[in-house]
Design a binder for this molecule. Sequence first.
Ligand code: ZN
Ligand code: ZN
Length: 344
Amino acid sequence: MLTYTYIENGKFELVEKPKPVILDQQDAIVRVTLASICSSDIHIKHGAVPQAVSGVTVGHEMVGVVEEIGSAVSTVKPGDRVTVNVETFCGACFFCKKGYVNNCTDKNGGWALGCRIDGGQAEYVRVPLANTGLNKIPDTVTNEQALLVGDVLATGYWAARISEITEDDTVLIIGAGPTGICTLICTLLKNPKKVIVCEADDNRIAFVQKHYPGVLTVKPENCLDYVLTESEHGGADVVLEVAGTDTTFELAWKCARPNAIVTVVALYEKAQTLPLPDMYGKNLTFKTGGVDGCDCEETLALIEQGKIDTTPLITHTYPLSRIGEAYEVFENKKDGVIKVAITI
Ligand SMILES: [Zn+2]
Ligand SMILES: [Zn+2]
């Protein structure tokens, strides 16, 4: 079968591999029908994900149809349309029991798919711990509607959940890439008083203005002044940093009011500085990623109810045979791209 594979630093290639087989009773084999490219795939390509193994099939955001299950899998059956969770987790360890599934201590726990084990930019994927790693897609929800459930939407939903947003809050979201927009969608579910999105790219600002009227937008260079003007207590009550550029971590804590929550969702390619003397007295609370992706059933239900719609984010579609072109467009943010779907 055809797979998109991490060869070495800077190089992904289409490679033929054997179809995966069940290795453990808790495995499922999923025939991938629609996959997407995530910025974390680009981080792997750039060597910024140390745990990524060369030779691994990349891709950790996909939907498909269950082809085969191990004897211990009970939550899905062959023929079911499913979302595949970016994180596989046992559901039973210390961290899983607390909902911190990103830190599941099982050997396949956390972000394994498309990083440590073969992922889903391929015709088939073996999903370990399938009882928790797969969620059945409701009949009225399309593959396109469900495509982002397992990763960027899970991240946005988790980020909004841990940020303790209230209806009195002014919320600043830095970055309107796919995860930033998913974070925005999930933040809006909390009905905060005001939402400001900071983004450098004109296309993405236009996207936010078109799809989320009422949300304020600002460019990074004007962000701090704008937030101070638009907020009542010397900064945003909650800041979600989803951009991950060299300057946005600093921007995030500077825009936060005293005692604010600053949630860092971004995955940086370089270390960041936490200049504690400069922020002394602001008494900030920092929360950091990665996602605990254990709310997929809930987000699928919200999609079914029409409360979450991520389909406008899918701006481009390519077949697996042309995935190299899709990466080219996505990585270089060409042609107003937000998210690319790969049909398989
Ligand atoms: Zn991802
Ligand atoms: Zn666990």
